[in-house]
Write a protein that binds this ligand. Structure first.
Ligand SMILES: *Cc1c(COP(=O)(O)O)cnc(C)c1O
Length: 444
């Protein structure tokens, strides 16, 4: 048999394994030090009591023939889909029905699996830096093209996020088929305003682009003016799929549950120009390849929509958010340029005079016994940046920031001039060549 060679083309992702190895080595050399982990991309607080109770009851259901549950609906149980439609959408004035919601075992699966319903020749666009799954899953499906010497894929359009635009991607000038958007964003912690999302929706409508809107962190949005759902924007139902997860919101990273919204209005075309509802395709895809999320877990997720559940989510999110805000302010004080940390557990930062993400990682590890995630691991435009997370205890967060305040950075010594502008100029040239290779292929 022949293998899917795209797996061979895909380079190993060394980011998290390298961070782990460097931490291990440091600990072996300095067994007496306690390194504070500011790089954790996983929640640290336990699930709510009411979720645990609901799951206990669901386990008991399975022991009696009258309440036993075998295979459930592939789309998820109506009790959960209805709770989601009502609480997350209808009560907020957004017209989404339970039938447009598909329960999943998490956002990552759906982000990858959605590739089944669009053409293998689709051109995708991603923000750089970004969550690596968007690119890697597209490459596995054969949408990457060739890996270029700069580590980018010839057939993927990278939307470079720059300081001048608040580290958010800008609407491209060319048409693409699929755009992955993430707000609040992992890794930069930035959020789109209503005005910005309106521009994206207008672009998608004009250029017949499908937006895959990853809002795994929507619960971290604390300003009512900032959209939590893309469907808050008029006309978005015709162009966007929204993906959500209970992982970061409610501590479900180990339980596994999320959902995807595919509105009835959303359509794609076949080669002859005939239009088909994506809902129908996704429903067929799920019915064929997925047998639904566990009944027990869905009962647990349902409990999140009770008043106790709401309260518990808010309590945990508030802890993570206050950590992130603390990090944001402390880093600013230490001389860092910071993004995010207001509607997100993530703080994205760099400091003048330290231009290498990995060197900055080493410096913070050696001089402050703090670990972070090097921004370059999330894409080329992440060069020089590091990511800190609020997934930790308030005590550790404070202790870590106190340590940072004592580190001497080059900027303070005034030794080096910033060369950020040169870097950006080079990036702009890169952008053009990537665009050219895409437009050539598409014959634009
Ligand atoms: C964590 C994360 C996910 C994946 O969430 P699961 O539901 O646990 O699979 C998806 N998107 C982003 C941006 C994330 O950070």
């Amino acid at each position: 048999m022949y293998i899917n060679e795209n797996f061979i083309k895909l380079p190993q992702s060394y980011l998290f394994s390298t961070v782990a190895r460097k931490l291990r080595e440091y600990k072996e050399k300095h067994p007496e030090t306690d390194v504070i982990r500011m790089d954790i991309g996983d929640v640290t607080l336990p699930i709510a009591e009411c979720v645990a109770e609901a799951m206990h009851r669901a386990v008991d259901d399975m022991t009696k023939s009258e309440t036993f549950h075998g295979y459930g609906p592939e789309q998820g149980y109506p009790f959960l889909r209805e709770a989601i439609a009502k609480t997350d959408y209808q009560d907020r004035g957004i017209d989404i029905s339970a039938d447009e919601i598909f329960i999943s075992d998490g956002a990552k699966s759906d982000l990858g699996n959605l590739g089944d319903i669009y053409s293998p020749r689709s051109v995708i666009a991603v923000a750089d830096p970004g969550y690596p799954v968007y690119v890697d899953a597209s490459v596995i499906d054969g949408r990457g093209g060739d890996l270029l010497p700069d580590g980018r894929w010839s057939h993927i359009m990278y939307l470079d996020c720059k300081p001048e635009t608040g580290f958010k991607p800008e609407v491209p000038t060319h048409a693409v088929d699929i755009i992955f958007l993430c707000s609040p964003c992992n890794p930069t912690g930035t959020v789109f305003t209503k005005e910005e999302l309106k521009e994206w929706v207008a672009y998608a409508r004009k250029s017949h682009t499908l937006i895959i809107f990853d809002s795994a962190y929507e619960a971290f949005v604390s300003d009512p003016e900032i959209p939590r759902s893309i469907y808050e924007i008029e006309g978005a139902k015709e162009v966007a799929i929204e993906i959500r997860s209970f992982s970061k919101t409610a501590g479900f990273t180990g339980l596994r549950c999320g959902y995807t919204v595919v509105p009835f209005e959303l359509k794609g075309q076949d080669r002859r120009g005939e239009m088909f509802p994506l809902h129908q395709l996704w429903n067929r895809r799920q019915s064929t390849k997925f047998n639904g999320a566990s009944y027990i877990i869905q009962r647990g997720a349902e409990a999140l929509y009770t008043p106790e559940g709401r309260e518990a989510i808010k309590k945990n999110i508030d802890i993570y958010l206050s950590n992130a805000r603390y990090i944001r302010e402390a880093m600013k004080k230490a001389g860092f340029e910071v993004y995010g940390g207001e509607h997100s557990p993530y703080v994205w930062a760099r400091i003048e005079g330290e231009e290498d993400s990995w060197a900055l990682f080493e410096k913070l590890l050696n001089e402050a016994q703090i670990s972070c995630t090097p921004g370059i691991g999330f894409g080329e435009s992440g060069a020089g940046f590091i990511r800190f997370t609020g997934f930790n205890s308030p005590e550790n967060t404070r202790k870590a920031m106190e340590r940072i305040s004592k580190v001497e950075f080059n900027s303070i010594k005034g030794a080096k001039e910033s060369s950020f502008n040169d870097v950006q100029a080079l990036k702009a040239i890169d952008d053009l060549s990537v665009l050219d290779s895409i437009t050539d292929r598409l014959g634009l």
